[in-house]
Design a protein around this ligand. Structure first.
Ligand code: SF4
Length: 184
């Protein structure tokens, strides 16, 4: 899987302490995307991980550190190998962690795919739909534009706690400051 970066502790992408994984590559190229550097599939981002590596390292550590869950975002998680993505999601749930997925695919597009529709049974929370910069007023928490849909797919997270989440956060990494926010 092509990984742009991981952050082992974020509070702004799902409720509570989470590991976040930003995938590299997104076919949608939404105007106004704030993660343009994660759109390309080129060789400038050579961080490839196998599912086994991700589960054994980042996800395993998140479970050991009592993180509440894992956030998959990007870039576009659904542009990765479907087999690997489903395997990763199953591993996250086997580890007892919550699973949040941000995707530019709409709910209808995911439902129409015989394999990706399985994400609805694995994820606890999904934010679906492409970012629309001329439709900027989000109707629901975690969404970046008004067309996006928030799906609470299990009882793992509650709607009320989504409303209490920070709108953004600043994370300081070894190589400088990184800003991360919601609705990506
Ligand atoms: S789906 Fe997300 S990552 Fe992809 S171009 Fe749109 S805003 Fe950017």
């Amino acid at each position: 899987m092509k990984i742009a970066r991981t952050v082992d502790l974020t509070y702004a992408n799902a409720p509570g302490p989470h590991l976040a994984v930003w995938f590299q590559g997104c076919r949608l190229r939404c105007p106004g995307c704030i993660n343009k550097q994660f759109q390309g599939y080129g060789h400038e981002y050579p961080h490839t991980h196998t599912v086994r590596q991700l589960l054994g390292n980042e996800v395993g550590e998140a479970a050991n550190l009592a993180r509440r869950g894992v956030v998959l975002t990007g870039g576009e998680p659904l542009d990765q190998s479907t087999t690997e993505l489903l395997e990763l999601c199953r591993g996250i749930k086997r580890a007892g962690l919550g699973l949040t997925i941000y995707t530019g695919w709409t709910r209808a597009e995911i439902a129409a795919d015989r394999w990706l529709c399985r994400l609805f049974a694995l994820a606890d929370l999904m934010i679906c739909g492409p970012y629309q910069q001329d439709n900027e007023e989000p109707c629901q928490p975690l969404c970046g534009s008004g067309n996006q849909e928030l799906l609470l797919l299990s009882g793992f997270y509650g709607y009320a706690e989504l409303l209490k989440m920070p709108a953004g956060e600043i994370l300081i990494s070894a190589d400088g400051s990184i800003t991360t926010g919601t609705g990506l």
